[in-house]
Design a protein around this ligand. Sequence first.
Ligand code: ZN
Length: 144
Amino acid sequence: MELPGYNPYQYAQVLFNGPIPNGHVVRHKCDCNYKDNTGWNVCVNPAHLETGTCADNSNDSVIRNRSPHGTKNGRNKLSEEQVKTIYSDTRSQAKVASEYGVNQTLVSAIKIGKLWSRVTGHIDNSIRARKGKPRFDPDSLFEY
Ligand SMILES: [Zn+2]
């Protein structure tokens, strides 16, 4: 099954639960401790997944600012428009991160296609490569 541009939990959704309606994203109903290094929930248990509009995406709420200096401890939600702007911003990642009040790791993840690939259309090659050999254990985790 060829599903270009899908991340592992989108893939799990389509594989086990059915297609993602136009304009919908895959959301997590769970608060599993399967997080990548930016705090993104990457749980792929199909029973924990549902589709919904992007505005409801619970992943937004788990993106945390982890500034090592502790100057900004709030969490920031990014809109799709902001993600697109960040993705195309040619200034340094540190500058972009501080402007949006997010972690530079998050900016980096957007720019290399690790996060928000559905918005930017850019998906990390290592993630793309993994799609060729998905694991079918619903409880397994596609680790980034
Ligand atoms: Zn889960």
